[in-house]
Design a binder for this molecule. Structure first.
Ligand code: HXC
Length: 534
């Protein structure tokens, strides 16, 4: 009797036939997930590139991806599209998690019609961007595309317009990241250019408005795809690209690291982490800094590494305008954006590219509630006809605008030189710096001693009979000027410097200031701000 009962129970557990509707679904999903088929997937691999699905897998936390619109396909029929299989219309969209936080993501699939963008493809991207916007989460685009789908004509161009419009709507509301993982040509480059950060991978990423053939026909210049629009060109020359990776896995690691410093949206603060690095940790390097010959250069990175939590600094646009260093670090567990003159490059002077770089970064920080830490060692603006005719007045004004407009906490430390207009521009007290500190070796003045005495005492110097007399007089006048102005004390006496700090306490002073400013609010200024590409 008992045996019979067991048999009955086993029977009831036996696999039942799968419903036809489920079989149909599984077949459709399998077909749509297959990309452009084995040959094109093989070709993608042969170029050292991951497939779109692999990319999503590497980017997101394991097992968190939820795909949307897998079964969407184009309604276009012209030029043979009617008979073509176009899985997912060449783009994978959905949401998942990075570092345990939600993100929306899309990945163009080059194995499907070269990842070209038709109307359905564009609508999928637009839909996932709307999802990101309404749910206030970052959006990451993985781009690998031949551009507008030629067979779909103006529909493709309209599709791009839909995306551009959303890029602007999302600007300053949610972080937008573009990862270029193949070709990105023509007007297609402008969606990434409207986002906050662009990543490229050496050897596989290319961005250009017109390709080498058109360049040659129009200007006679001969250039390769990589030379024209590769990672090196855009990270060191054009400033289009913010981060360069050696490989795709390295790139996804960097994207995840960048997001770890960012809030999900403009209403949130960046994630605070437990900070094992003591906030009172002394920084002996800063004392050495005060012994440095004022004419000697140094890389400001060494200072950032010393003061940052666990010596970690995530640099933005490391290869571009190296006289201005920008990037993220944590201090006392809180994220700060660092903007620092770098004396190792053109003496840390401000020029056109440095101005654009800093201004855009500051505006990003202000959109996303990230305090600005400004480290100043600047001899002034870089002189020259190229700079003047290139528009240093127009570009330099962007830094002034960005700092004056920023209402996030602003902490400034003058490390050494702070001369003239550049002193004002680098988050000075009267540009509404919240806390302005100076090291005892700071030199704050309208201009450096050598230039100043030539203007103030030109007649006296000209009256000297011999060169030796001139040199002696210059040395005396320089010493007098330096004693009065090449120090932080005149500025401290007017309150334009809040404190001349003990150098080794620099980290502690900054962390205390950050903690004091953590709830800073400037009434009426938290309206929507866009991060326009500067
Ligand atoms: C339709 C395209 C395509 C496109 C590539 N393919 N680009 N299909 N529209 N724009 C298809 C190819 O026909 C091919 O299909 C497959 O994708 C792979 O392309 P290949 O040429 O074989 O690959 P490769 O040799 O690696 O060359 C990649 C490429 C090249 C450099 C991207 O395909 C190319 O030059 N494409 C055109 C680029 C372009 O001019 N796009 C328009 C830019 S203007 P099969 O079936 O053979 O696999 C633009 C305007 C945007 O985008 C405006 C926005 C405002």
């Amino acid at each position: 009797m008992e045996k019979e009962a067991v048999k009955d129970a086993e029977k009831s557990r036996a696999p039942r036939p799968v419903a036809a509707s489920v079989v149909k679904l599984r077949a459709a999903v399998e077909k749509a997930s297959a990309g452009g088929g084995p040959a094109r997937l093989e070709a993608q691999k042969a170029r050292g590139k991951f497939t779109a699905r692999e990319r999503i897998h590497y980017l997101l936390d394991e097992g968190t991806f939820q795909e949307l619109d897998l079964l969407v396909s184009t309604r276009a029929v012209d030029f043979g599209l009617k008979d073509k299989d176009i899985p997912g219309d060449g783009v994978i969209t959905g949401f998942g998690q990075i570092n345990g936080r939600e993100v929306c993501v899309y990945a163009q699939d080059f194995t499907v019609l070269g990842g070209s963008l038709g109307l359905a493809h564009a609508k999928k991207i637009a839909k996932v961007m709307d999802l990101a916007y309404e749910n206030r989460v970052p959006v990451v685009g993985l781009l690998d595309s031949g551009g507008a789908r030629i067979q779909e004509g103006v529909d493709s161009l309209d599709g791009y317009a839909e995306i551009f419009q959303r890029n602007v709507k999302c600007s300053g509301v949610i972080p937008q990241i573009s990862v270029i993982l193949g070709p990105c040509a023509g007007g297609a480059v402008y969606s990434p250019a409207l986002t906050d950060y662009i990543f490229m991978v050496e050897g596989i990423s290319q961005m250009f408005v017109t390709g080498p053939d058109v360049v040659k026909a129009a200007t006679g210049e001969e250039v390769t795809f990589d030379g024209l629009g590769g990672a090196d060109a855009h990270s060191s020359k054009s400033g289009v690209c913010h981060f360069v990776a050696k490989s795709e896995p390295d790139c996804f690691r960097q994207v995840r690291e960048l997001l770890s410093y960012l809030p999900q949206n403009r209403w949130e603060k960046p994630p605070r982490v437990a900070n094992p690095d003591p906030i009172r940790r002394h920084v002996p390097l800063m004392e050495q800094m005060c012994n440095l010959d004022p004419r000697k250069s140094y890389r400001v990175h060494h200072i950032v590494w010393q003061i940052a939590d666990e010596h970690k600094f995530f640099e933005v646009q490391a290869g571009y305008a190296k006289n201005m260093v920008t990037g993220f670090c944590r201090m006392g567990g809180e994220v700060v954006g660092v903007v620092a003159n770098n004396p190792a490059h053109v003496a840390g002077a401000l020029d056109i590219n440095a101005s654009d770089k800093a201004a855009r970064f500051i505006r990003f920080l202000n959109c996303f509630n990230i305090p600005v830490l400004t480290l100043v060692d600047v001899p002034g603006y870089w002189p020259g006809v190229t700079q003047e005719h290139g528009g240093i007045i127009r570009h330099g004004a962007k830094i002034l605008f960005a700092y004056a407009e920023a209402t996030v906490p602003k902490i400034t430390v003058i490390l050494r030189k702070a001369y003239g207009g550049a002193y004002i521009a680098m988050s000075s007290k009267h540009m509404k710096g919240d806390f302005n500190f100076a090291l005892p070796c700071a030199e704050i003045a309208v201009m450096g001693p050598a230039g100043a005495i030539e203007i103030l005492y030109s007649r006296e110097i000209a009256a000297c009979k011999t060169d030796a007399d001139k040199a002696a007089l210059r040395a005396k006048l320089c010493a007098e000027y330096a004693a009065k102005f090449a120090s932080p004390y005149q500025t401290a006496s007017t309150g334009s410097i809040d404190e001349v700090i003990e150098p080794s306490l620099m980290r502690y002073k900054i962390v205390r200031a950050l903690r004091f400013l953590k709830d800073k609010r400037v009434p009426g200024t938290h309206e929507n701000r866009g991060n326009i590409p500067l």
